[in-house]
Design a binder for this molecule. Sequence first.
Ligand SMILES: [Zn+2]
Length: 74
Amino acid sequence: MIINKNVELDFPFPECGHKRKFKLKDLEKNPSYICESCKKIINVEGRKFVKNLENTMNNAENVLKNTIKNLNRK
Ligand SMILES: [Zn+2]
């Protein structure tokens, strides 16, 4: 499954809860962000996150396929 990397996520900074929007494609490119509120730098590990997301989406796709397969059998 191909993920739309232009999707924006509302991501709260762990230190202060200040929310910022990230695009998946930006997360992949730039793993570090400065919080606009408390100026702390966080490391998002974007590449790992996107990879995990892709795995999760692939799993979801398989679950869906199996569910549909089971429905057809009835
Ligand atoms: Zn902050």
